[in-house]
Design a protein around this ligand. Structure first.
Ligand code: NAI
Ligand code: MG
Length: 334
């Protein structure tokens, strides 16, 4: 039996994880669960943010389902999510955005795209962060490597082939960031040349944002560097109804961690009203990854049917339901 690591996380994390496990049980996938702590929850229980036992569990099981972890803004400790991505070299962050019925979306139909975000380098990882003693100057390093660019663009093209998608858009800012974005774009062109069967186009990141808001249906797979991918994928989540519907997979050669794109939502934590769909769609990605695409499709169909019926929707989707009620409504349709 496959064992997966379960990280309940912070804020709304444990609430949406309970809901996700309820649905996983209803799917009768037959996973064993190994619970592990990370983030503030781990700090409170074990005195450290990322216990060795958690890393060992993920290393052993190779697949983890993770709820959001809180990261303090400005000062304080560095992101445990970033640490996990770095530790396991989870270089591909795969974030689908698809139109769903009955959401508060600008695009109730027509959007079906995947952002493939480089997950281990670039400005986002905050290398070399420093503030001068007089507080006048702050710097950080942004590093792009040929190796990092090559493997993420290759991942995007392979994903296109595997999922029958037709087009990969390389998003960059090589007109201004000539060194880093320049190397990313040059490498992407090299890779694209090896995939004659897939259309490839290039778009500058600011124009990409405008195009996404105006005509999102023109996009299929987007591949980009870490920080651009972070921002663009939230924008895409917004196009289709918000963070409550946006999942993400962090994939490396050995290990994969599945999650919701959203954070720990401290403003609604403890109220039992968080939308469990983003984490559940992450469960769908996990089922695809572990060779159970029929179960993944059944889960996605049950989510769509529940949205169509406007059954037990949480407040972010305009309903008055709660997290577990929503999960039960989905489970009842499996
Ligand atoms: P957030 O995603 O936690 O919340 C943004 C807004 O969306 C809030 O109004 C929240 O209530 C709402 N929201 C988020 N998820 C929801 C859900 N499932 N159902 C209903 N409403 C939902 O982003 P924020 O406030 O910027 O960050 C809070 C904390 O989460 C920070 O410490 C941040 O570092 C962390 N974070 C962690 C992530 C992870 O673990 N992968 C990703 C993003 C943020
Ligand atoms: Mg983000």
């Amino acid at each position: 039996m496959t064992t997966i690591t379960i990280i309940p996380g912070d804020g709304i994390g444990p609430e949406i994880m309970d809901a996700a496990l309820h649905v996983l049980d209803a799917l009768q996938v037959g996973f064993n669960y190994e619970f592990a702590d990370a983030g503030v929850a781990a700090l409170e229980k074990h005195g450290e943010l990322l216990p060795v036992a958690t890393l060992e569990s993920i290393r052993r099981n190779k697949v983890a389902l993770k709820s959001p972890l809180t990261t303090p803004v400005g000062g304080g400790f560095s992101s445990i999510n970033v640490a996990l991505r770095k530790h396991f070299d989870l270089y591909a962050n795969v974030r689908p955005a698809k139109s769903f019925p009955n959401t508060r979306s600008r695009f109730p139909t027509g959007v079906d795209l995947i952002t493939v975000r480089e997950n281990t380098e670039g400005m986002y990882i905050g290398e070399g962060q420093d503030v001068s003693t007089d507080g006048e100057t702050a710097v950080l390093t942004s590093k792009v490597t040929h190796h990092g660019a090559e493997r993420i663009v290759r991942y995007a093209f392979e994903l296109a082939r595997k999922t029958g998608r037709r087009k990969v858009t390389v998003v960059h800012k090589a007109n201004i960031l000539k060194s880093t974005s320049g190397l990313f774009l040059k490498t992407a062109r090299e890779v694209a040349a090896r995939y004659a069967d897939i259309e490839c186009n290039e778009l500058i990141v600011d124009n990409t944002c405008m195009q996404l808001v105006m005509r999102p249906e023109q996009f299929d797979i987007i591949v980009t560097t870490n920080l651009f991918g972070d921002i663009i994928s939230d924008l895409c989540a917004g196009l289709v109804g918000g963070l409550g519907l946006a999942p993400g997979a962090n994939i490396g050669e050995d290990v994969a961690i599945f999650e919701a794109v959203h954070g720990s939502a401290p403003d609604i934590a403890g109220k039992g009203i968080a939308n469990p769909c983003a984490l559940l769609l992450g469960v769908g990605q996990m089922l695809d990854h572990t060779g159970k695409p029929e179960l993944a499709n059944a889960l996605r169909d049950a989510i769509v049917a529940t949205l169509e019926a406007k059954d037990s929707l949480t407040p972010d989707m305009g309903g008055s339901g709660n997290t577990m009620g929503f999960a039960k409504a989905i489970a009842s349709r499996l």
